[in-house]
Design a protein around this ligand. Structure first.
Ligand SMILES: O=C(O)c1ccc(O)c(O)c1
Ligand SMILES: [Mg+2]
Length: 596
């Protein structure tokens, strides 16, 4: 099926929007009136630009407050419509969207609405134009798709059909029963289908729509379920994204358009009209890679935590540190960034690295060179939206390229056994990459997205949403919201699973490590909220161990100091605790700001 995107979904000038849409591989666009009004190009030039870019103009929109008004008002509306149809003729657009009226002049009178829309369609037909009538969720009298369809059906005009918009429909009801009526509409009377997702927020629907729409797969709506109903009607028009979103309005158009297209590809797969290489969800974290221009503080930190430096890359300045199943690479090569120590790459244990890379490529993720040097194992690797390199690994699995073989063992004392593996890696995201990152980890890597939680930082409000695999052996909390210059809130961290966080914390401090000091007020509050064994709370207070409990179990965790933009965490999960200590995050963030 053809894919389209509304210009309102992208930032920039109309020219920038069109270029981004074409580059990302869309077949067409919906031109928003405001984008045209603000453009220095004539309608003919816009038409030519679209043609040059290989884009069709699938829709012109919106036309507002047309129907169910007194006769004199409707005469004015028709005059306005004639102007727009002349414009559309120059533009070469053959479908116009009319949204249900929000005007106080509009009457609650379906017969009047049908009659006037029919007259509008008569005029449109003279220009070879079709009118697609859409129920805005906040329309004055018409706010549901079935109501809009009843009016279109009553009008019975060949140039009048309906436009279905997933936001307007799903924001009003997500009850599958309420969607079944879609299949009562003949496919040829659905003139257009607009798709948007949104986080499930309890707020005024107009504000929700204008600020929080996102691409399918990024929010909480079952957009694919709705599309399945629409496809059963025989609808064969475009799948078009119409997303009003404050972040996408600011972010660069190019990456947003790619994100949008990825969302549609995944949606097409979900509804069974596109085959993609199957997801091969990661089964573990093979390693986390830190780059630094100064290995000393990083080495001290890892050694303090009980890691042993076990091997060195055969061709590059990269060292492997290991403890249990936890592996950290420390890279002091040219990749070391200006901005100091940071976490820039992850190794994901993959059941089928090549297939996982094929899926990522099919979903427009940049595929990185397989070999960094001639003698290296040919590792499949892709870049996440924020540039983090993801290596798809088959560690020590016979017959598959093994990254470990690129490393030569070096003599070392045995590692401690405090940390058994990487519990999670917190991947803070740039402000404009959050929804995109969620979709990427979900749709490309095959991870599941958990609920989004808000976390108060002293200097801002962060949003955090974890993506995980089925057995919890891969957990990446994705976080966004820190101001661009806020290195503290932007720091990423590696959390190490331990069976005894108290022993691990003691070992670390005895080895000279500094744990993040936590204010006494926090422990007074803990004492009020939970009951502890004698001396237990004092131990936590002395060491800076934080405590949380959920319906499943208990979580105890503590943090190292930060090196550059990286720190480590020791975590002990007992009894199937599911979270990441979000309740403690504000205290942790405040302590980190203070430590800086
Ligand atoms: O927010 C609006 O007014 C608006 C306009 C046109 C649309 O297609 C829509 O879904 C919403
Ligand atoms: Mg719409």
């Amino acid at each position: 099926m053809r894919t389209s995107i509304a210009t309102v979904s992208l930032s920039g000038s109309l020219t920038e929007k069109l270029t981004a849409a074409a580059r990302a591989g869309f077949d067409g666009v919906e031109i928003f009136e405001n984008d045209l009004l603000a453009s220095p190009l004539t309608p003919e030039e816009i038409r030519a630009r679209c043609a040059d870019l290989g884009l069709t103009i699938d829709l012109y929109q919106p036309m507002r407050d047309i129907e169910a008004v007194p006769a004199e008002e409707f005469a004015r509306n028709l005059r306005r419509a004639r102007h727009k149809f002349e414009l559309m003729d120059r533009l070469g657009a053959d479908t116009v969207l009319v949204c249900s009226s929000v005007s106080p002049l509009a009457a609650d009178d379906d017969a009047l609405a049908a009659g006037q829309l029919s007259q509008l369609a008569d005029l449109a037909q003279d220009f070879g134009i079709r009118v697609a009538y859409e129920a805005l969720a906040w329309g004055r009298h018409v706010s549901t798709y079935d109501h809009a369809w009843r009016i279109v059906e009553a009008a019975g005009h060949p140039a009048l059909g309906t436009c279905l918009d997933s936001f307007h429909i799903l924001s009003r009801s997500s009850d599958p029963k309420d969607l079944e009526g879609i299949e009562d509409i003949p496919g040829e009377k659905i003139f257009f289908l607009q798709l948007a997702d949104a986080p499930l927020l309890g707020m005024d629907v107009l504000q929700w729509s204008r600020h929080h729409r996102c691409f399918p797969g990024q929010g909480g709506f079952d957009v694919a379920g709705l599309v399945k109903h629409v496809l059963r009607t025989g609808y064969d028009g475009p799948l078009s994204l119409e997303v009003f979103n404050d972040v996408f309005r600011q972010a660069e158009a190019g990456p947003t358009a790619v994100d949008a297209r990825r969302s549609l590809l995944i949606l097409q797969e979900e509804v069974g009209i596109r085959a993609l290489p199957e997801p091969a969800a990661p089964t573990g974290v093979a390693f986390a890679e830190l780059v630094t221009h100064d290995a000393e503080p990083v080495a001290a930190l890892l050694a303090g935590l009980g890691f042993a430096r076990t091997a060195r890359h055969r061709g590059k300045p990269v060292e492997l540190w290991e403890q249990g199943e936890a592996r950290v690479l420390v890279n002091t090569g040219p990749a070391a960034r200006r901005d100091g120590t940071s976490l820039t790459a992850l190794g994901l244990e993959s059941p089928d690295p090549a297939a996982a890379a094929r899926r990522a490529e099919a979903l427009l993720a940049p595929v990185l060179p397989r070999r960094r040097a001639a003698e290296d194992a040919p590792l499949d690797a892709v870049a996440a939206p924020d540039g983090t390199e993801l290596f798809l690994c088959a560690t020590n699995r016979p017959g598959l390229p093994n990254w470990r073989a690129d490393f030569a063992d070096v003599p070392h004392a045995p590692a401690a056994s405090d940390a058994v593996r990487i519990d999670h890696v917190a991947l803070t995201q740039p402000w404009h990459h959050f929804d995109e990152a969620v979709l990427f980890h979900r749709g490309v890597l095959g991870l599941d997205a958990q609920e989004s939680v808000d976390v108060a930082d002293p200097y801002g409000l962060l949003r955090s949403r974890a993506v995980t695999n089925a057995d919890g052996s891969v957990r990446f909390p994705l976080t966004v919201g820190a101001a661009p210059g806020d290195d503290t809130a932007h720091a990423r961290h590696i959390a190490l699973a331990t069976d005894d966080v108290v022993a691990a914390a003691r070992r670390f401090t005895e080895a000279g490590g500094r744990l993040l000091p936590i204010p006494a007020n926090y422990y007074d509050d803990l004492a009020a909220r939970f009951e502890f064994a004698d001396g237990e709370l004092e131990t936590y207070r002395d060491l800076g161990i934080l405590y949380d409990r959920d319906a499943h179990g208990v979580f105890r965790h503590c943090y190292t100091h930060t090196v550059g933009r990286v720190f480590l965490e020791l975590v002990q999960r007992d009894g199937g605790y599911q979270g990441y200590g979000a309740a403690n995050a504000p205290v942790r963030l405040a302590a980190q700001h203070a430590a800086r």
